[in-house]
Design a protein around this ligand. Structure first.
Ligand code: ZN
Length: 180
């Protein structure tokens, strides 16, 4: 039985390092990391997780969008493992919206992200996938791939005024189910 891992918190060096490409998809080590990520994310209210958040510098993310107050039309998806994910913006259009992060509890901020992106990754069965993601799912994907570059969402905030405490965020939106 796999136990949830401790989630690295802001200040941990591992959150500021580049993650490595996964070249052996069928290795037991990679399978173990994926299992630990799935178990860890399931134990939280998060909608995404990147391997560096459980102190593994591998290019693996999980995206687990579900509808929420700000994005009622966000798809409810089975948590999806994405290995070696990359993306390109479909247009330069960015949108600012709120993000939180399991590695930065207690804080929310407005973050500009591309609205629509074309993504490529390898799924957990080793199949290459290419698809277009929009809005909330595109936001989660960009947040998680930033973690693979040693970036956190606060690095992308345009002004300190866009950072608020989670308690104030809850007064605005009354929920906290969307940490990434
Ligand atoms: Zn995060």
């Amino acid at each position: 039985m796999i136990q949830p891992c401790e989630i690295a918190q802001l200040g941990a060096k591992v959150l500021r390092q580049h993650a490595e490409i996964v070249d052996k998809l069928d290795s037991p080590v990679i399978r173990q990391i994926i299992n630990e990520m799935q178990t860890t994310l399931a134990a939280t209210q998060g909608v995404g997780l990147a391997a560096p958040q459980i102190s593994q510098l591998k290019r693996i993310i999980i995206v687990a969008s579900r509808p929420n107050i700000r994005y009622p039309k966000a798809p409810l998806m089975t948590p999806t493992v994405m290995i070696n994910p990359i993306f390109e913006a479909l247009s330069g259009e960015k949108e600012k919206d709120w993000e939180g992060c399991l590695s930065i509890p207690g804080i929310r901020a407005l973050v500009p992200r591309y609205k629509a992106i074309k993504v490529q990754y390898v799924d957990e069965n080793g199949n290459p996938v290419e698809k277009i993601l929009e809005d909330f799912v595109a936001r989660v994907f960009q947040h998680e791939t930033d973690h693979l570059e040693g970036k956190v969402y606060l690095d992308r905030v345009e002004s300190p005024i866009d950072i608020i405490s989670e308690s104030e965020y809850l007064k605005l939106f009354g929920h906290c189910e969307d940490s990434l």
